[in-house]
Design a protein around this ligand. Sequence first.
Ligand code: ARG
Length: 559
Amino acid sequence: MDFKKIVCENFKTEAMTSDELYASLMPTQDCKNGDVCLPCFRFAKALRKSPAAIAEDFKDQVNTGGAVEKCEVAGGYLNFFLNKAYITRAVLDECAQKGDTYAPLSRLNKTICIDYSSINIAKPFHIGHLLTTVIGGSLYRVYKYLGYDVVGINHLGDWGTQFGKLIVAYKKWGDDEDIEKRKVRALLDLYVRFHKEAEKDESLNDEGRYWFKQIEDGNPEALAIFEKFKEITLKEVAKVYDKLGVKFDSYAGESFYNDKMQPIIDELQNKGLLTESEGAKVVDLEEWGMPPCLIVKKDGATLYATRDLAAAKYRHDTYDFDKCLYVVAYQQNLHFKQVFKVLELLGYDWADRLVHVPFGMVSLEGSTLSTREGKVVFLDDVLDTAVAKVGDVMEQKQGKRDEETAKKVGVGAVIFYALSSARIKDLVFSYDKALSFEGETGPYLQYAHARCRSVIAKAGEVKGKFSAGALDSAEAYEVVKLLNAFDQTVREAAEKYEPSVISHYLITLAKAYNKFYIDNRIVTDDNDVTFTRLALTKAVAAALKNGLKLILIDAVDKM
Ligand code: ARG
């Protein structure tokens, strides 16, 4: 239901076209002022009247008594009150049609690439990766729902001198059995040990460089070890991705661009963009207030930025994207500004379709994270702990554990906590806060949904017809309006690259329904009333379930 459209259908004026009217209408902030309002200030000059007088004039031109119940002038605003019974019925009809599982909106023929999670090989998948993974994973679903073709890309960090170091450590101290057992944790220990020993013995760093060169030159032994590290890491993260419900269409990582950088470097050279600086090749960005973008090091090695230039071009040529998002921490703000600027200087008109979607840092109740020292909180452990804690509570309260439900509630709680505030804010992860049933949490929403389902299940099949009187209250109308705002909310989340818009919406909806539920019995002696209130309850359950799905959470029916 498009409230603005309803107003346009009932209000024709010579002062503006229907399209202009549509664009000028706004939702009201406060329900006391109706559903939609028209600010009349901007007409004052042309019509040479006060905004309030203009609103009065317009008022006479509105067709009231039908879908628009009445109109009121308040200051320079004309407020439209829609017919609540009409809207309620229409919205609930629409919800009934959408059913329990919302189909995606119609296909747009637009492609959006989302670079997210983008883990580093042989490094732990730690709590610091939580935000990129769930923000990106959620945006993936959000854009799919809105009808986009989405390409999820895991730009693997699978290139760099550290892999030479790891090979040295592996050859010296590696234990295949241990690696088989402890996977990335064993690799992490090797990495930490390398740095400790290299402090005492400088020559280890030279060996590391030597072995990285072997990878670059395609030495079969070096490649085999490196491939093994890659396989171990990917297998392990796959488990976590599975738990979080995120997926990727491409795992083309940094090494994929090894043979795709030279053309870009040549192009930079030909367009006169490269300058020499202490033996290195850089693009000078002083004019734009940025340090130079390093393209080729003195020893001929390419850099992270060089790979991102090649990757952007490759993605453009391969996917012809309308937008390419990079869900990467704000620490890399400068990196992306530089890369986007260099692409613009190369004359690529699509450079303005690249968007860095930054987010804050994650920590676990005060502990700091450092891979080098091996102080790391594995994301997988955080998820398992959350699930175990939920299981414990279930056992205490209900005397038994339901593993499936505990998984959904526990993992969902972690995800919701990560997606509940604006992404740019730093996040201090707390189990107590995430798992609480009070406040704006995942478990609160899960409970709200499960309660709706249980009301529906208990009521069983009810034969009746829509009764406007059953939902004739400000509380019910608030719920109806929120139900109607679902798609608009998802659009807003996409426009702002901000899944928290959906989290916030779901909390608001759950609270609004709760208010209604407290004041109204759902199952009554009057079948029509029961039928109508159940329709509202079903619609709320579906909106919660489908909204949760967009933020990667599986709703549970019982808890
Ligand atoms: N692997 C990188 C890191 O952990 C993130 C990569 C982000 N994507 C990109 N195209 N640069 O910092």
